[in-house]
Design a protein around this ligand. Sequence first.
Ligand code: IPE
Ligand code: IPE
Ligand code: MG
Length: 236
Amino acid sequence: MADPTYGARHIAIIMDGNGRWAKKKHLPRALGHKKGVEAVRNIVRVAGETGIKVLTLYAFSSENWSRPADEISDLMGLLRQYIQSDIEEFVENGVRLKVIGNYKALDRDIVGMIDNAIERTSKNDRMTLAVALNYGAQDEMLRAVQSIAMSAKAGEIEPDQININDISNLLDTGELPPLDLLIRTSGELRLSNFLLWQAAYSELYFTDTLWPDFDKRELQKALKSFGDRDRRFGGR
Ligand code: IPE
Ligand code: IPE
Ligand code: MG
């Protein structure tokens, strides 16, 4: 049988369309987000079973703070519930939790839950689940630039010696393998400030499917499409 990952080690998903899913069904937006969490739970399992090594999920962007307060509060409530209810499954299934983005700016109790979950799963090595929370690629790059500038100011590095790997390593994804496939659901054809540096040579896959409907078959379709691509990395 063909490798079900088609060689993709690291995939990332912009999980979009919860609101439109709810609207289509004349349900409150909050229910769309709730269904979205169920889709996350399912896809984390499926990705692990498929043999994906790293799954990075865009859960809350640094720009999502511009949403109404009640929606932000619904999303944070779901995040609390998700960490509490799924941590045992991560421990049992060998899932290592990682968070990218400036998550320390979230509510203190959430930061505590996240730090605890990261600690409890730190030795797991079947799959890494990297959740992007309060994440924006421009903010991530800004933080890396600030860190490099500090090192230069302290005389630890020469500005003309800074190389591409130094920058990659300083990003929140520093220790992760290169991004192979970037998926966006719900038909929007943009990156919305997600993994801008890391996507330099990723394959892109867009589907009209709304996030709550994204399931195993959809993931298999995306991976199959990835398998059909001719990745050149600038060569010929
Ligand atoms: C994605 O669904 C979830 C988050 C951004 C948190 P949306 O809430 O963006 O759903 P749409 O795009 O309005 O349908
Ligand atoms: C991107 O979706 C962020 C997440 C999926 C968490 P958005 O719904 O926020 O993106 P835009 O506003 O349509 O670009
Ligand atoms: Mg959206």
